[in-house]
Ligand binder design. Sequence first.
Ligand SMILES: Cc1cc2nc3c(=O)[nH]c(=O)nc-3n(C[C@H](O)[C@H](O)[C@H](O)COP(=O)(O)OP(=O)(O)OC[C@H]3O[C@@H](n4cnc5c(N)ncnc54)[C@H](O)[C@@H]3O)c2cc1C
Length: 421
Amino acid sequence: MSGPAPTRTTVCVVGGGPAGAMLGLLLARSGVDVVVLEKHHDFHRDFRGDTVHPATLRVLDQLGLIDRFHALPHQKVTTIGVIQDGHRIDIADFSRLRVPYPYMAFVPQWDFLDLITAESARHPAYRLLMGTAATGVLRDTDGRVSGVRTRGPDGAADLRCALVVAADGRHSALRAAVGARPKLIGSSLDVGFFRISRRPTDPDEGICVRVGNGKIFGATDRGTYWQMSYETTRGGFDRVRHAGLDAFRADLAALVPFLADRVHELRSLDDISLLEARIDRLARWHRPGLLFIGDAAHAMSPVAGFGVNLAVQDAVATANALCAPLLRAQRTGAAFDDSLLTKVRRRRLVATALSQGLQRATQRFGIDTTLNGSGQPPAPRLFERFRPAQLLMSRVIGVGFRPEHIRTPPARPADHEKDPT
Ligand SMILES: Cc1cc2nc3c(=O)[nH]c(=O)nc-3n(C[C@H](O)[C@H](O)[C@H](O)COP(=O)(O)OP(=O)(O)OC[C@H]3O[C@@H](n4cnc5c(N)ncnc54)[C@H](O)[C@@H]3O)c2cc1C
């Protein structure tokens, strides 16, 4: 739907990442008027989480989107492995799970988000404003959040609504706007990303992290190229710069030998995009009129690719808990009952805290041990000796601690579906 930017809606979702895009679809599908704001003009950013877990595939299936998802360029991956000094250990094998989609799919996140937002656009209750950022919150006279101030292609504007959902990621502007400070869990990491070309003769590795010589490299198969990652302590990239490009290329060739003949494709250390990975969590996920979900409520690190899945699960839980009362408020004009907002954190907290705990433990006993040079992380060997641990880890990563199922009904097609042609 195009036309002038709306000034009023039922729900304003800030952020078109996995959490916000999925919530926008679920609400609009049930007939809740929703405006999703995304500050960028497209979803085409590299180095975002590309992992779609079995639990998210189940959600896509419930939405009738699984065939269109499978038509996107993707790789199915059944194992997650660690290669320690040349020896591979599988820590998860999704093919052992009894689930409808026993694999992790690697899909460029922009394709995933394009699919979700294209499906959303079929519902008349939905508006997506690209290139439009929330810059602050609007408040009623009693201090309740009643909308957002936006900046988009046509300048600044106000958007009023019954509920604002902040799904604006780990640097959430809305968190800052209401003075909500997350608690940092563990120390941050710097993760560098770069590309090296892929050849048909390269190994088919699934997801594999290579560990050795105090270094950690990861490789993700993107068809024509490898999306490489390099993990280091916060600020540790200064040491890489000091050692220089040739030393970095030598480390890469040593840990990923099949790339040794093309490390020169990395022309400069400036070709490496550096992102901070942190784990944090808000004590309260809501304020009157405002709810935080996804990374805005609990930032996830890349470990085990939990973040995208948790963001989607938050969206499903939010829609399950709030869709009916939002529809009621929309139909009757009655005020939305803010006491319902506690339901979302109550539902998601245990799964979130356990996932973050696992990320923190992996960082502390795996990543930090490697990076500070105090030896090889012992954990991967446990998976070799104790097979049930592999099954458990496959379940925890693939399905999560509390998988969500969509319980919100679609609006009657005659009322809400637009003709897809
Ligand atoms: C280096 C790194 C690598 C990672 N790799 C993986 C991985 O491989 N697999 C995985 O599952 N997880 C990974 N994660 C974690 C994952 O990226 C997040 O957990 C996940 O993206 C959270 O989704 P979200 O929708 O909550 O937030 P985000 O994905 O951050 O989306 C937030 C959206 O809000 C938009 N936005 C921000 N501010 C505003 C504003 N003021 N107004 C409007 N829009 C706004 C942003 O442009 C963005 O599109 C990684 C994290 C890091 C740091």
